[in-house]
Ligand binder design. Structure first.
Ligand code: ADP
Ligand code: ASP
Ligand code: MG
Length: 450
C-alpha cells in the first residue's frame, strides 16, 4: 500500500479536489491511504479568528468564519452533484461551523485562548477538508472511508506540538486501517490532528500533515509515501526567494533532513524520521502536474553528484551570544548553559563556541526573556534579533575540496557570522542579516547551479 498526502493548495478549490480524485483513482491498484491538510489558508484563518475572539474582536472573527464557511460550501457545491449527498454534506459542514462559532464565543467570554481551545478550533480545518473530499471521491466511484485520525495518531500531552507515541500509533493505525484497506476501501484521514492517550485533542505543529503521512506509512509498512504539493518537487532553493531554481530528482534521507530542518517548507522536518526507520521512499510531486516526475527521497549515498544539492534558509532567527571568562578551562559549563534552554523547552539550531563564548541560534522566542535572565546569573548575554540562517546542503560537501572557499569567496562582501560545518559534514551553515538574505541566496545559487 501507499500513503498519498495532499497539502492545502491541493484541496484549495473544487478543481483541485477534482484533480486529487483523478490522481487517487490512478493509484487504486496500489491501495492508497489518503492524508489531507485543511484547504489552503483555513488553518491560518482559524488561528487568527481564535486570537481575535480572545482579544475581544468576536464580530470580526465571526465575519471571517462566515467567509470560510462560504468557501467550504462553494467548494462542496462545485464538487458534488447528487442533491441528497450535497445537502447532507452542507448540513454536516453547518454543524461544524456552529461548533466553531460556539468555541469562539467561549474564548471571547473568557478573553483567553487556552492551548486546548486553540487545538479544538484549528482541528476543524482538516475535519472539513476530509469530509468534503471523501464525499467527492464517493461520487466519483472511489470507495472512500472517512476516518478520524485522533483515534490512532497518538501523542504526548503537548497539545500544540504533540510528540508522537510510535508504539501506540503503530498498533492503533494497523488495527483501524489494515482491514479496511484489505477490503478495498480508500481511507481518507486528517493530517496534523491527533490526540493524547487520555483522548485530549492535540496537533503535530504547523505543517504537520506531512508528518502524519510518514507516521501512517511507517505503521503500515507502506511501499511509498507520496507528498503532493504545489511545486514540481524538492528544489535547489525556495522558489519564492531565488530565481532559476531546479528540481532535485533524487536526494538522500540525510540530505533531505538537513534541507527541511533548515527551513525548506516543502516538507515538515520530522517527516523523514519515520520513513528512515522503515526505509520507505518519499516522493514529492506536484498535484497540478502529476505527470512531472518529482523528487524521490531515499536511502542512498549520492557519490559522483553535484557537491551542493540545495540551499535552504530560516528567517526571523535570534542569535544569543553567551560570554563568560569562567568558561576558560572549566568543565560542566556547557551543560549549565544548555540546561537553561532545556528547562524552557527551547531548541537551538546552530551552535558555535570559543574558549569564552557560546553562540546559539533560536527560532522560538517564547521564553527568550526568561532564558536570558537565567543565563545572566552566570554569564554576559547579548541578543541579536531578525537574523537569517542559511544552510548549504549536499552529501558530497564532505568529499569536495575548496567548497567553503567557494561559498565564502562569493560572499566576501557580506557580514557572515556563526559559520558551522555540520557534524555530518553535509551542510555548511551561517547567519546573515535579514536584509541581505535574498542577495546571499541568489549569489550562492548562481554559483552552484549555473
Ligand atoms: P503544502 O500546502 O502542499 O503542504 P507547503 O506550502 O507547506 O505546501 O510547501 C510547499 C512550498 O514550499 C512551495 O510552494 C515552496 O514555495 C516552498 N519551498 C520552500 N523551499 C523549497 C524547496 N527547497 N523546494 C521546494 N519548495 C520549497
Ligand atoms: N493545516 C496545517 C497547517 O496549515 C497542517 C498542514 O497543512 O500540514 O499547518
Ligand atoms: Mg506543508
Amino acid at each position: 500500500m501507499i500513503v498519498m498526502k495532499f497539502g492545502g493548495t491541493s484541496v484549495q478549490d473544487s478543481e483541485a479536489i477534482d484533480r486529487l480524485c483523478s490522481i487517487v483513482r490512478s493509484k487504486l491498484d496500489r491501495q492508497p491511504v489518503v492524508v489531507l491538510s485543511a484547504i489552503s489558508k483555513a488553518t491560518d484563518t482559524l488561528i487568527n479568528c481564535a486570537n481575535l475572539a480572545a482579544a475581544g474582536e468576536l464580530a470580526k472573527a465571526n465575519e471571517d468564519i462566515e467567509n470560510l464557511k462560504t468557501r467550504h460550501i462553494e467548494i462542496s457545491t462545485g464538487l458534488v452533484e447528487d442533491e441528497t449527498s450535497l445537502s447532507e454534506l452542507i448540513q454536516k459542514l453547518t454543524i461544524y461551523f456552529s461548533e466553531i462559532t460556539d468555541l469562539l464565543k467561549g474564548v471571547s467570554l473568557l478573553s483567553e485562548l487556552s492551548p486546548k481551545s486553540h487545538v479544538k478550533i484549528v482541528s476543524y480545518g482538516e475535519l472539513m477538508s476530509t469530509l468534503i473530499t471523501s464525499c467527492a471521491m464517493k461520487e466519483r466511484g472511489i470507495n472512500s472511508l472517512l476516518l478520524d485520525s485522533r483515534e490512532f495518531i497518538i501523542t504526548d500531552n503537548n497539545v500544540l506540538k504533540g510528540e508522537p507515541n510510535i508504539s501506540e500509533i503503530t498498533l492503533r493505525t494497523q488495527n483501524t486501517l489494515s482491514a479496511s484497506i484489505q477490503n478495498g476501501f480508500v481511507p481518507v484521514i486528517q493530517g496534523f490532528i491527533a490526540s493524547s492517550m487520555d483522548g485530549t485533542p492535540t496537533v503535530l505543529g504547523r505543517g504537520g500533515s506531512d508528518y502524519t503521512a510518514s507516521l501512517v506509512g511507517m505503521a503500515l509498512n507502506a511501499e511509498e509515501i507520496q507528498i503532493w504539493t504545489d511545486v514540481d518537487g524538492m528544489l535547489t532553493a525556495d522558489p519564492g526567494k531565488v530565481t532559476g531554481t531546479r528540481i532535485i530528482s533524487k536526494i538522500s534521507f540525510e540530505e533531505a533532513a538537513e534541507i527541511t530542518y533548515f527551513g525548506a517548507k516543502v516538507l515538515h522536518p520530522m517527516t523523514i524520521q519515520p520513513a528512515v526507520e522503515k526505509n520507505i521512499p518519499v516522493w514529492i510531486k506536484n498535484s497540478r502536474s502529476p505527470e512531472t516526475e518529482g523528487t524521490i527521497i531515499l536511502n542512498y549515498v549520492s557519490d559522483n553528484e553535484k557537491e551542493v544539492k540545495s540551499i535552504s534558509c530560516k528567517e526571523n532567527i535570534t542569535v544569543m551570544n553567551i560570554f563568560s571568562m569562567r568558561m576558560l578551562n572549566s568543565y560542566g559549563y556547557l551543560r549549565k548553559i544548555f540546561e537553561v534552554f532545556d528547562r524552557h523547552k527551547t531548541s537551538v539550531d546552530l551552535i558555535t563556541t570559543s574558549e569564552v563564548n557560546v553562540s546559539v541560534t533560536l527560532d522560538n522566542n517564547e521564553y527568550l526573556e526568561d532564558i536570558k535572565s537565567e543565563l545572566s546569573e552566570f554569564a554576559k548575554v547579548n541578543v541579536e534579533k531578525d537574523k537569517s540562517l542559511v544552510c548549504v546542503v549536499g552529501s558530497n560537501i564532505r568529499n569536495t575540496k575548496g567548497i567553503a572557499a567557494k561559498i565564502f569567496g562569493v560572499l566576501s562582501d557580506y557580514n557572515i557570522t556563526m559559520i558551522s560545518l555540520g557534524s555530518s559534514l553535509i551542510n555548511i551553515s551561517f547567519v546573515v542579516d535579514k536584509d541581505k538574505l535574498k542577495d546571499v541566496l541568489q549569489k550562492l545559487h548562481d554559483t552552484f547551479f549555473k
